[in-house]
Design a protein around this ligand. Structure first.
Ligand code: PEP
Ligand code: MG
Length: 588
């Protein structure tokens, strides 16, 4: 049983008194805190049927109609996306316009329809045609044509998702609570603009990038709620309790009142936390801890600073790719990174190189991968596409001109990756120096410790890097061989497993030995039950979602360092996750 199921009992007993005949309570996993009351906007999802099944007769007519309707829906979606994107930047709308051209390409549609008429299902015909075109473009020498191959991938995904009836109509979700089968980080970025009050999904893990993003943008979310799209009627009033992972359908007046009170209490708590903004993050017995923020876009910097964060410990730069819909030019990237560095100045900012792959942005990955989390991801992808990596290095270096920028590498498993990246960084520095561009020649280069290999080799990395940052989400995923996005194994995925704790200790010890700073930027850094342990282990820098910063400060200010040390000593003897939880103050 994972920690996220802890608070059900109270809520259950609270609700039993108030349940009416119509009202019913659905239980999922709390992925982002907060309470929302509103209308459900349900996106129905049918399971994908991509098989090379042969069809005939009426099925052909149906499949052609399904394909045409997917094209129309995708075109309509792109047109409204262009309008939304124009409010952002012209570049984003230009990219989406190029998607629209592909969707509207009569030759492409004609070929797909011919394949359906010859007996393929719509999905199969679409995949075959798009993949064949993509293969041709990908082999082209011209980089512009190669980029078109990525556009094709994006359009293919959108068309497939419409064929599967997963029509994420962002505009129609305005002010509603979105209920969907699953949600990508891109969907969340769009829904954020439509003032979505909460998210409910049928699948997903609490440490998937969609859940992290929901927390970062402060939107309550409940995930892993099986059959949510069928059990929650569209347009009905529902309550989402993102603390308990509970959704209440058709709430009675009494329940609504109960939750409005709960909302009020949560606001009071936030107001109380507000008084801590300018207070130091220090334990009762005087140990100072540095609190930094994890962010995904420049507009989160001000919030992080206002919440009292002392800097930015992790910028997930791949979110720029999601917002942009592709790889922006050096100039565009420089502008985005400089915006963050300048808003945060004089506080430090740590840009993480694009962590492309796995459950994030996948454009540029040449083939389908059966195990994307174990595939071309992070630094592996960047070294495979040095052209894209180089552009990012240039842009980060340019943004370092105020001397408050650090750069770190994701998914490192072997030392050579760090060496190769450093050689590329040095080459870029050299060229910029020749061009007389101002940048920080001493920019610090860090390694994310998020694979067991990096943790076990922490001493080596501590000597070779300027700083280490522990990504506990992936460290747990890889150490426990548990897909962080799969709710079926959510009970096994736990960064408080003794194996992960031991790895964290190894990294801290290695950092100490070589005087290399070590921070934690995975979700464990903001986990209520883990703070004492991390401090006791010797972590003095925690990077968390800005929405958690003050809560964390509040916790640290009430702790005694000597107690953290004692606790950690006992924790190191635990052999099961259960034992760890029973020792930690949060219980389990
Ligand atoms: C991590 O893996 O802990 C991390 C911070 O990186 P991400 O969640 O972006 O994979
Ligand atoms: Mg990671």
């Amino acid at each position: 049983m994972s920690s996220q199921h802890r608070s059900y009992t109270t809520t259950d007993s609270m609700l039993r008194h108030h349940a009416t005949r119509d009202e019913h309570v659905l239980k999922g996993i709390p992925a982002s805190h907060g309470i929302a009351i509103g209308r459900a906007f349900v996106l129905s999802v049918e399971s994908p049927s991509v098989q090379s099944e042969k069809i005939s007769g009426e099925r052909i007519t149906e499949e052609v109609a399904r394909f045409r309707s997917a094209v129309e829906l995708a075109a309509a979606e792109l047109i409204s996306a262009i309008e939304l994107a124009r409010e952002e930047t012209e570049n984003v709308s230009t990219i989406i316009e190029s998607y629209l051209m592909i969707v509207g390409d009569p030759i492409l549609s004609h070929t797909v329809i011919s394949k359906i008429e010859q007996g393929d299902t719509a999905e199969w015909a679409l995949i075959e045609e798009f993949d064949a075109k993509r293969q041709m473009l990908f082999q082209a020498r011209d980089p512009i044509l190669r980029e078109r191959a990525q556009d094709l991938d994006h359009v293919k995904e959108r068309l497939l998702s419409h064929l599967r009836n997963k029509t994420l109509s962002h505009a129609a979700a305005r002010d509603a609570i979105v209920v969907a089968g699953s949600m990508t980080p891109q969907d969340i970025l769009f829904f954020k603009k439509t003032n979505t009050r909460a998210f409910i999904t049928e699948i997903g893990g609490i440490n998937s990038h969609s859940s992290i993003l929901a927390r970062d943008v402060g939107i309550p979310a409940v995930i892993g709620l099986r059959n949510a799209t069928t059990d929650i009627p569209n347009d009905t009033t529902i309550i989402v309790d993102g603390y308990a992972g509970v959704v209440i359908v058709h709430p009675s007046e009494e329940t609504l009142e109960l939750y409005r009170e709960k909302q009020g209490r949560a606001e009071e708590y936030r107001a109380r936390l507000g008084t801590l903004i300018n207070e130091p993050t220090i334990t009762q017995d005087g140990l100072s801890v540095r609190l930094l923020a994890n962010i995904d876009s420049p507009d989160q910097v001000d919030g992080a600073v206002m919440a009292g964060c002392e800097g930015i410990g992790l910028v997930r730069t791949e979110f720029l790719l999601m917002q942009h819909g592709g790889y922006p030019s050096i100039e565009e990237q420089t502008e985005w990174y400089s915006d963050i560095a300048e808003r945060a100045y004089p506080r430090p900012v740590t840009f993480r190189a694009f962590d492309v792959g796995s459950d994030k942005f996948r454009e540029g990955i040449p083939h389908h991968e059966d195990n994307p989390a174990l595939g071309l991801r992070g630094i592996r992808f960047l070294l495979y596409r040095p052209d894209l990596f180089e552009d990012q290095i240039y842009a980060v270096l340019r943004a370092s001109r105020h001397r408050n920028v650090r750069f770190m590498l994701p998914m490192v498993t072997v030392l050579e990756e760090l060496h190769q990246a450093k050689v590329m960084i040095e080459t870029c520095k050299h060229r910029l120096a020749m061009e007389e561009v101002d940048f920080d020649p001493h920019i610090q280069i860090g390694v994310m410790v998020e694979t067991p290999a990096a943790a076990l080799m922490a001493e080596t990395f501590a000597q070779a890097a300027d700083f280490l940052s522990i990504g506990t989400n992936d460290l747990a995923q890889y150490a426990l061989a548990t897909d962080r996005t799969n709710e079926m194994v959510a009970d096994i995925f736990d960064a408080l497993h003794p194996a992960v704790i031991r790895m964290i200790k190894m990294v801290v010890d290695a950092g100490r030995l070589h005087s290399t700073p070590v921070s934690v930027c995975g979700e464990l850094a903001g986990h209520a039950a883990a703070t004492e342990m991390l401090i006791g282990l010797g972590i003095s820098e925690l990077s968390v979602s800005p929405t958690l910063c003050l809560e964390l400060k509040d916790r640290i200010r009430s702790m005694q360092y000597f107690e953290c040390l004692e606790l950690t000593h006992r924790l190191m003897m635990c052999t099961t996750t259960q034992q760890v939880y029973s020792l930690l103050s949060g219980g389990r």
